[in-house]
Write a protein of this length. Structure first.
Length: 200
């Protein structure tokens, strides 16, 4: 949810597609169960589990206990600082101590079902993905992971599929025609996924 006041619209969307959407923004142990009851498949959380840039493991455990790890997605959206990609909190304003690497992803994977990672340095620019970050995620993430940030064309979808070795999903935002973009047609993205996803 982008800011306050969007709750009625969010609940309407969840009711229209029960079990098909995830929700994030202001999630905590008190409201997470109600969003799942409203139809969300998962809740997405970042800032609530951090305090002054430090991961609060007690908070993470509390949230996991409230809904179960299988319904929890950790948003590890990050920005490069030096040689590391560090997770950001508070609307991407503050750096944390958590780097995107094998050790941290392994530790966090015990408490959640998926990771969501925005590459904040390229987010919204429609100038291409961050291939290095995609490669790190493909090598290190033990869970289903969605990368977002910078996608401008169908070739970025192909690149994430290649670099991610089929293990990393891509979110296309501003470039998608249904969001007013001109870089990617929704229909083409759907057809691409149908081609690479085996039939059940």
């Amino acid at each position: 949810m982008l800011g306050s006041g969007n709750e009625p619209e969010a609940r309407a969307a969840l009711q229209a597609y029960p079990g098909g959407l995830q929700i994030g923004g202001g999630i905590n142990p008190q409201n997470a169960p109600s969003w799942l009851d409203a139809g969300a498949s998962h809740v997405i959380v970042t800032s609530w589990i951090f305090h002054e840039g430090v991961l609060n493991w007690d908070r993470l455990t509390e949230l996991e206990g409230a809904i179960g790890k299988e319904r929890l997605v950790l948003d590890l959206s990050c920005r490069r600082r030096g040689k590391d990609y560090l997770v950001l909190t508070d609307h991407w304003q503050n750096f944390t101590e958590i780097a995107i690497n094998d050790a941290n992803l392994q530790k966090l994977s015990v408490h959640c079902a998926e990771f969501l990672v925005h590459a904040v340095d390229v987010e919204g620019l429609c100038e291409g993905i961050d291939p290095e970050l995609v490669g790190i995620l493909a090598q290190s993430s033990p869970l289903p992971t969605t990368y977002a940030g910078g996608a401008k064309s169908l070739s970025d979808l192909e690149e994430v599929s290649r670099l991610g070795k089929g293990r990393i999903d891509l979110t296309i935002g501003s470039a998608l025609d249904i969001f007013g973009g001109s870089g990617v047609r929704y229909e083409d993205a759907v057809n691409f996924n149908r081609r690479i996803t085996p039939a059940n």
